[in-house]
Design a protein around this ligand. Structure first.
Ligand SMILES: *[C@@H]1O[C@H](CO)[C@@H](O)[C@H](O)[C@H]1NC(C)=O
Ligand SMILES: *[C@@H]1O[C@H](CO)[C@@H](O)[C@H](O)[C@H]1NC(C)=O
Length: 255
């Protein structure tokens, strides 16, 4: 299972992962039936993509929201090593809401707002690109994952967008980033973040079904996968079954 999860991460950058296709002993109809067969048959990416649109969960999905900043190291680690892999496996029973803003500040300036970010102007730019992507494409999360796992969050943005959303016009994204639309969308992020109750005092800040407690935060940081599987009230999806999974290394969440 550990291999499978690492594979989920690397598979976004290549069409094959781990095992070669020669270890695929299954007929095509079964290729997407489990994570292991998808990996053995070299079609994990395709299976995951085709599953993006599924979902008729019997109970309300668990709503996970992440309040973060594009250049905060702890945020990047949580997003890339915990939130995204968990969502790939459990997107049938969970939704993810990303709010890039965190400890930023805003000041009104005429009709617009001026933003100041904890890690400087580059972070404000990263937040803005991600905010525009979230508004403009359903593939925003894979693109943001790609950006946040690159060495340069900003420089990678265009190629990450082209990789996962080739039909998306980068000129339009850039017009949003530099224009009134981005400004207004970021203002909404500011309002949403400032409305948190209790107010956030660090990032990454997590809410589950709209609620933040230290206990939920700690559990999400330790294994979001286990938390979501445990909290979901409907029949557990196959991914939740089997032996206990704590595939993620732990790391400090507070800065
Ligand atoms: C894709 O969806 C099908 C049908 O819901 C499910 O049986 C299968 O396990 C999913 N595959 C992966 C790799 O998540
Ligand atoms: C995108 O932003 C506009 C406002 O600029 C809003 O009306 C629209 O609902 C947003 N779309 C999505 C998918 O969030």
């Amino acid at each position: 299972m550990k291999t499978a999860l690492l594979c989920v991460l690397t598979v976004w950058f290549s069409s094959q992962c781990g095992e070669s296709t020669s270890s695929c002993l299954h007929p095509p109809a079964e290729w997407c039936s489990s994570l292991d067969t998808a990996i053995q048959c070299g079609v994990l990416k395709q299976c995951l993509m085709s599953n993006f649109t599924r979902s008729h969960p019997t109970e309300a999905p668990i709503q996970v929201a992440l309040y973060y900043e594009s250049l905060c190291p702890g945020c990047r680690l949580f997003l890339t090593e915990m939130l995204f892999p968990t969502w790939l496996l459990l997107n049938e029973i969970m939704t993810v809401n990303l709010v890039p803003y965190g400890n930023a500040r805003e000041k009104p300036d005429g009709q617009k707002y001026v933003f100041e970010c904890q890690h400087g102007e580059q972070e404000c730019l990263g937040n803005m690109i991600e905010t525009c992507l979230l508004n403009m494409t359903k593939m925003a999360f894979p693109i943001i994952f790609c950006m946040e796992s690159s060495t340069d969050v900003i420089k990678s943005a265009q190629s990450c967008a082209q990789l996962y959303s080739p039909q998306l016009s980068w000129d339009k994204v850039w017009a949003c980033v530099k224009g009134d639309q981005g400004n207004q969308l970021m203002h909404q992020n500011a309002l949403t973040t400032e409305a948190l109750n209790p107010p956030h005092n660090y990032v990454p800040w997590i809410t589950v079904n709209g609620v933040h407690t230290e206990d939920l935060q700690d559990k999400a940081m330790a294994s979001l996968f286990t938390l979501v599987c445990n909290m979901y009230k409907g029949p557990k999806p196959a991914a939740c079954g089997g032996p206990a999974k704590t595939p993620y290394r732990s790391y400090s969440n507070k800065q």
